[in-house]
Design a protein around this ligand. Structure first.
Ligand SMILES: *[C@@H]1O[C@H](CO)[C@@H](O)[C@H](O)[C@H]1NC(C)=O
Ligand SMILES: *[C@@H]1O[C@H](CO)[C@@H](O)[C@H](O)[C@H]1NC(C)=O
Length: 346
């Protein structure tokens, strides 16, 4: 009896198991979601549209803070493509075939912190990306056509984006663009580019820089032409990544002259430091005021609550007294008063 009850269940488990095993690749593909899914993670609401082979961004729910549209077939970003999603903080557009970006494409995304445009075919980059007021991380790596416009691009300096990470790796760049002062930049990835020179001035205006990735990017530069930058990295404790360090340890490198060191390096470094200090003080000023405002608000709420409790207490007290008066037997004087009143009426 017990046995016969358990057998059908076992059979069911076995059949589902074999079924799952025999699911073909086409079935797997068909079972993948075909529309964007929504998820609440890290206290943020996100839309996930990755790998859906979409050529345009569908109409999405408002209020999303994350949009993953990577691995699709988007080609152009127009001024209105993203204009209704101003709440987006993290935007992933890697592995599409984006070649054209309108100059106002991200204009409404004032909360945007991370923008991933890697592995596309961007022809012309717009300066407005560097003016996004909250942008900290920008990935432009793997855009083989980007170098065509990057050199001649007019960048309004100082740029407004508080960039901390900039990835320009694998973009066929020969000469690094001049971004001006980048006071909050920490990681600069310029690996896998055929650089023809490495000016120390490209780094001296990044005073918080801790890492530069130069892997397979300096092979075309004469050894002695690297000296000033390498010495700058050592002086300012910037770690730099290379595919091979043997050349830097050679006698030849040690004997390179140091004479042609530009004297504006320290100057731009200090301008950057001043800008950084200013940002820090603005942030702490804001924090102080927020704390004060928060404290004041808390006090007010507490005060109002206290008033309310006192009010409730008074109401209860009054009710109690009224009730006590109503239920108490009339005193002798009261009875007399009633008698007098009745007499007067009569
Ligand atoms: C820099 O970019 C390359 C290629 O895109 C990547 O492999 C590497 O990990 C990056 N380096 C750092 C320090 O993130
Ligand atoms: C630049 O600053 C460094 C460290 O503060 C100092 O050692 C160096 O002499 C300065 N160079 C010039 C040209 O002032």
């Amino acid at each position: 009896m017990f046995r016969s009850a358990i057998n059908p269940l076992l059979l069911l488990v076995l059949t589902t198991h074999t079924y799952a095993k025999e699911m073909t690749e086409i079935e797997m593909l068909a079972s993948r979601p075909t529309r964007c899914t929504y998820e609440y993670a890290f206290e943020m609401y996100g839309a996930h549209c990755g790998g859906l082979r979409l050529s345009k961004i569908p109409s999405l729910k408002g209020g999303i803070e994350i949009l993953d549209f990577s691995d699709n077939k988007l080609q152009e970003i127009h001024a209105d493509t993203l204009s209704s999603y101003s709440s987006i903080k993290f935007l992933y557009l890697s592995e599409n075939t984006i070649y054209s970006i309108h100059k106002d494409a991200f204009a409404y995304l004032t909360n945007l912190q991370t923008l991933d445009l890697s592995k596309n075919v961007i022809l012309q980059l717009t300066d407005s990306i560097f003016q996004l007021p909250s942008l900290r991380k920008l990935y432009l790596n793997g855009n083989p056509l980007l170098h065509l416009s990057l050199g001649g691009m007019e960048i309004n300096k100082p740029i407004k984006a508080p960039l901390e990470l900039l990835d320009l790796s694998d973009c066929k760049i020969k000469i690094l663009p001049d971004f001006g002062i980048l006071p909050q930049m920490v990681l600069y990835n310029i690996s896998h580019n055929p650089l023809v020179k490495l000016d120390a001035t490209s780094f001296s205006s990044m005073c918080k820089l801790t890492k530069v990735d130069l892997t397979e990017s300096i092979e075309h530069i004469k050894l002695c032409d690297l000296k000033v930058s390498i010495m700058w990295f050592q002086e300012r404790k910037v770690s730099f990544q290379l595919a091979d360090y043997t050349q830097l340890n050679s006698k030849e490198f040690q004997n390179c002259p140091e004479s042609n060191k530009p004297d504006n390096l320290n100057a731009s470094y200090h301008i950057c430091q001043n800008a950084y200090t200013e940002i820090q003080s603005v942030t702490s000023y804001r924090r102080t005021w927020l704390t004060i405002a928060g404290g004041l608000f808390g006090f007010l709420v507490g005060f109002v609550l206290l008033l309310y409790i006192m009010h409730r207490h008074n109401v209860a007290q009054t009710k109690k007294t009224t009730k006590a008066i109503n239920t108490a037997p009339p005193s002798v004087e009261d009875r007399n008063a009633t008698a007098i009143l009745l007499n007067n009426a009569a």
